[in-house]
Design a protein around this ligand. Structure first.
Ligand code: 5GP
Length: 205
């Protein structure tokens, strides 16, 4: 049982966070996406247990009251939360975890797990964020306006994060994310179990 490294990735909607996260998970071994609980309805291709665990509001409230969530928040009128079991399972299986959570959740998690590594993803400008939101044509005009307003609010929280990634181009951004994960995994305290057998080979030499 090891302690998983928790990587928190937050970004305003339209910043390209889910593409980056998917690519990161594809590139790095032993890294797992933390599947959150939510009270919002599934969209398009989303499947229960894979993108989210979709549950009713009363069930969420019951689980929250029972202290099952490491963090939870209300975002756009729906609850979202990270279940404790995600950490336990990752530790048992020897995986690190990637959490795609909002700024409120990131704050709660950093308080509980100070060693968590947080990354804030930014679009290069408001204009580019707006273009991306319109291009994915998932939302109506007023919804896009609302998302841009929310983005302006969320962006103010960047200074709470350990890393900031300006997402100009997907491939370069994924490289940066991979580098962050590799650097954190190379920290001396994470390397102890690997170092000792190496030192053993030098013992009587
Ligand atoms: P969406 O509904 O677009 O999938 O997600 C909306 C927002 O909720 C995103 O900013 C996402 O990062 C956030 N979110 C997703 N899961 C969690 C969670 O478990 N906890 C918190 N605090 N936010 C979450």
């Amino acid at each position: 049982m090891s302690t998983p490294v928790v990587f928190i990735i937050s970004a305003p909607s339209g910043s390209g966070k889910s593409t980056l996260t998917t690519e990161l998970l594809r590139r790095v071994p032993n890294l797992r996406f933390s599947v959150s609980y939510t009270t919002r309805a599934p969209r398009g291709e989303e499947r229960d247990g894979e993108h989210y665990h979709f549950i009713a509001r009363d069930e969420f409230e019951r689980r929250a009251a029972a202290g099952e969530f490491l963090e939870y928040a209300e975002v756009f009128g729906h609850y979202y939360g990270t279940h404790m079991n995600e950490m336990e399972r990752a530790g048992r299986d020897g995986y690190d975890l990637v959490l795609d959570i909002d700024v409120q959740g990131a704050r709660q998690l950093k308080e509980k797990i100070p060693a968590a590594v947080s990354i804030f993803v930014l679009a290069p400008s408001r204009r580019i964020l707006e273009e991306r939101l319109r291009a994915r044509s998932q939302d109506s005009g007023p919804v896009i306006e609302r998302r841009l307003k929310d983005a302006a609010e969320e962006i103010r929280n960047y200074s709470r994060y350990d890393y900031v990634l300006v997402n100009r181009e997907v491939a370069a951004s994924v490289d940066t994310l991979v580098s962050i994960v590799k650097a954190v995994r190379s920290r001396r305290e994470r390397m102890e179990s690997e170092i000792h057998p190496i030192l053993e080979t030098f013992r009587n030499g």
